[in-house]
Structure formats: C-alpha cells, structure tokens
Design a binder for this molecule. Sequence first.
Ligand code: BGC
Length: 420
Amino acid sequence: MSTEPTLSFPKRFLWGAATSAHQVEGDTHNQWSVWELENAHSLAAQAEYHWHDTPQWGTIQRAAKNPTNYVSGKAVNHFEKYEEDFDLLEAMHMNAYRFSIEWSRVEPKEGSWDAAAIDHYKKYISSLRKRNIEPIVTLIHFSLPVWFTDKGGFARKSNNSYVTRYAEKIMSELGSSVRYIVTINEPDVYAYCSYWKQEWPPAESSKWKAYRVMKNQLSCHRAMVKVLKKINSKYRIGITKNAVHFYPGDTAWLSRLSADLLQYFQDTFWIKKIARQSDFLGLNYYQSQRVLGYRVHNSEAAEYSDVDWMLAPADIEYVLERWHRQFKKPILVTENGLADATDEHRQDWLKETIIGMERARKAGVPLIGYLHWSLLDNFEWAQGRWPRFGLAAVHYGTGERTLRPSARWFGRVIKKIRGV
Ligand code: BGC
C-alpha cells in the first residue's frame, strides 16, 4: 500500500473525534457510577478468567486485577479540562466533535433541571463554535439518571415520556447552537449487554426484556425526532448503530446463510424501524467477524486489538455500501477505532479506513463525515480503564494528555485533505 492515499473528500466533510460523558467527564452520578462501586471487586476477580490467554495479559494484568480500574471516579476530568481537550482537536485540524450530554447532570432529580449543568454545556458548545468545530450532540450514551432506572428505565414503555421531556428541555436550551443530534447511542448494544448478557447495569438476563428495551429505545428515537423538529426544523437528527461486518469464511451454503442471517438480525432488521425518521444514520464500525458453518470463527492468523476484536479496517467500505443500498440515507461515521495501547496498529487502521471510505464515496455513498473513537483514553465501561482507545494517551496519575504518533499522522492527513 502507498504511504498516503490519494483523496478527494469534499470541503464540507466532517473530520473529528468522539467521546461520551460518563467515559470522560468524571464525577458523574448515574446508574453506571452506582453499579461500578458495587461491582468493582467482582470485575477485578473475573479479569484473569476473561483475559489470561490473550497476548496482552502480561501488560494489562496489573490494572485489570485492580478494583479501582473499574470505578470511573474522576475519569479523565474532561468536565474541567475540556478547553485543553479541544486544543487537541485543533492540533489535529479537526472540524467536528461528537460528545454526549449527561442527562443525570441536567435532570438530577425527576422534573428538576440543573441550570448550572445546562450552562456548562452551553459554554462547552460555544467554545467549539469559536474554534470552528461542528458540535455533534448525543443525548443518551448508555448512562442514565438513577431516578429513571429506579422506575424501570427503558424496560417500561410508560417511561418513554421522561426521555422525550429531557430531549425537549435540553434542546430548547441549546437551540440553534447545534445542528447535528444523535438521539440514542447504540440501542442494541445497551439492550444486549444490560438485559441479556448481564455485563452492564442492571445486569439482567431476559431476552424478552432485552427486546422490549430495544423497542422502547427505538420508539423514543421516533418520538424525540418529532419533538425536536418542532424546536428547529433544521436539526439533522440520527441514531448510532454498531455494525459488525459478518462474512462467510468459505463457500459452503451454511456459512453463507449464517453470515446473511447474522447480518440481517444485527442491523437491517432494526435500522428499518427508524430509517424513515432519521436524517442520517450514525455508523459505529469496529470489527468484522468470519462465519464458518453456523457460528463465528475468526482466523488465528488475523491481527487483533487489545480487546480482542479482529482488525479489518478496510471492511468499513462494505458496511457503508450495504447501508447505502438498503436505506438510501446520508451516513456519518460516528465511531471507529481500536484499543491499541502501544499505538502499533492505529496508523494503519486509519489509513485503511480512509481508503475504504474513499472507495465507498466513489461508489456513491453519501458520507457526511468521520469521527474517530476516541479523542482520549477513557473509561471503557465494564472493562474500566486499561483499554486505550485514545488518539491522545492520558496519564491517569497526572491527567496529562499526549497525542500518540498515529494521531499526529492523522492530523497531517486531515490538514492536507482539508487544505487548511
Ligand atoms: C460505544 C463506546 C465504547 C466503544 C468501544 C461503542 O460501542 O459507543 O462507548 O467505548 O464502542 O468499545
């Protein structure tokens, strides 16, 4: 492969990075922060069982066996250090940033709004605007107020009105300072990890409930779109969906059928339910999976990230082209990246992703932009702090941020493409 791809992205293309409130802000009080404190010891005790036969076990075991790894606490203190973090976006010549609003800050008690928290997000957005960085707001990114989850959260349809009320309140406060809105991040991942796999709060195991939680989130999306369009018809509103690319590892009919079925039930089935109500689809692409016979069986010869996801960055092209064929909607890559503490693979990942996106664009995919996950090393949910997804490395002792070599390379590429 040549060192620099030949590129023709349009001037308006959004180049940026993404984070979510609970993973970076610090000092949040929500269903996650409560659960972390209750579960940190058992997560630390289970770490060896989950990770001991991965190549990186030697380097991660100290952190992974330590209960404090599983408590978000101050996270990376982005709540106070956001100006410094926006400097990093500028250093990489980025013109977009996706972040989430922490609902539990804005409405800490049912029906009571925190003016100081709202003011914080107003200042935050205005700082991005001053830097000519397009703010892309996510309203719900996995973390929820405790009062809401105490009432049953997304498992109860009657709670949907709390979600739309929050969306209406925060967006009427933020008004036209924002154009792009993501209503809910990865509703399927939330439903699966929290209500099926028992890995995230409330750690229940009910397939039926997981289905209901998924359905209710999609209804909330549709209801939020209606309410928000009344506030400002110019809002561009979407949802994000995690997409794994499944492919048959051989030509056997069973492998082909299984890959098609997995693909269909993983994304087509759900996206069909909200595509009409969305101005764009947010794609979170991290990995591909090879299907042999009736199950996933990835190759041992492939390369893997620190969290054991098969590295197949170029496959983003197939996902983009498939979504375009199926839904005919503008697509924004809302997350894409890898856990790579040593930064060994990130630059190649970025390079192949850019080439994959360029190919998809040339094949007619209306791609709006690319947001790398993540701007910063952050709190990776049930795995805590050891996975390092950041373009900037964060030193958890001092809080110091340092752009990794791949990020500096990415910055130079963006500068060249944007001609800035
Ligand atoms: C989520 C992020 C998470 C990332 C890496 C996505 O599914 O939206 O919150 O950190 O994947 O696991």
